[in-house]
Design a protein around this ligand. Structure first.
Ligand SMILES: [Zn+2]
Length: 242
């Protein structure tokens, strides 16, 4: 694993999206997102973090949003850590007739309100920030103690640039663009996106710059190229059975 700050780590063996471990407070660990699936190696990395840092059990599994590349491994992660509380955005949850909330067949212990910009204290070290738009229940998680903001897919981080998810991948792009401005006003100095690279400084300023840029109209040949790439990616994933 890679240590980002004294109490935040990125798991190397995750598949599908970036998966992070954070000291949530009271010596408990929180895991942020799960990726497409959970391998033994992911569990080993989590155990190593616990042992090397004298931390207790995984107390929380924090879900940034319901897309499969972020929660495909949720059921199996929960099997390893059955006591962990699953945290998810209200609009990404399904509610049964007993008003129990579920995400991907897993019971949600802490449901975070979907109103844009609302902040919920989840653990002594971590706050949830509602950012509807990419999915309607999308959340960012902010750890002020370490100065790290976990954005899910609110921001995609390439080598030297930040980017937004493509318009057609957002449930409500207008709401998403508003959420991005909200995130810029509340983000910490270090950014931990759901895909791509860690931003190790000036994260809020860079999101602010990104939020100011107008959406470019996509020309048909670019749209064709992107869709073709996505289909090839999905086929490759299926072939590898991940
Ligand atoms: Zn997504």
């Amino acid at each position: 694993m890679k240590r980002i700050t004294s109490n935040v780590w990125q798991l190397h063996s995750a598949h599908g999206c970036n998966v992070y471990a954070v000291e949530a407070g009271d010596k408990k660990l929180a895991v942020i997102d799960c990726g497409l699936r959970i391998s033994e190696r992911v569990i080993t990395e989590i155990n190593e973090i616990q042992i090397e840092n004298s931390l207790r059990e995984v107390g929380y599994i924090l879900v940034t949003h319901k897309h499969r590349d972020h929660i495909g491994g949720l059921s199996s992660l929960r099997k390893y850590f059955p006591e962990a509380k699953i945290v998810a955005g209200e609009a990404d949850c399904f509610f049964d007739t007993d008003n129990q909330s579920w995400i991907n067949d897993n019971p949600v212990s802490i449901v975070v309100s979907g109103e844009m910009g609302s902040i919920t204290e989840l653990t002594p070290n971590i706050k949830g920030l509602a950012l509807p738009g990419h999915t309607m229940g999308s959340l960012a998680f902010i750890c002020e103690k370490s100065g790290v903001t976990f954005t899910g897919d609110a921001v995609i981080s390439h080598v030297n640039t930040l980017a937004r998810p493509l318009k057609f991948l957002n449930a409500d792009d207008t709401l998403y663009l508003e959420s991005l401005k909200t995130l810029a006003s509340l983000a910490t100095d270090i950014g931990a996106p759901g895909h791509g690279f860690i931003v190790d400084h000036s994260f809020a300023e860079r999101i602010s710059d990104l939020a100011e840029q107008p959406r470019q109209k996509m020309n048909p040949s670019e749209a064709y190229r992107i869709i073709k790439g996505l289909i090839a990616f999905i086929r490759l994933r299926r072939r590898k059975n991940v």
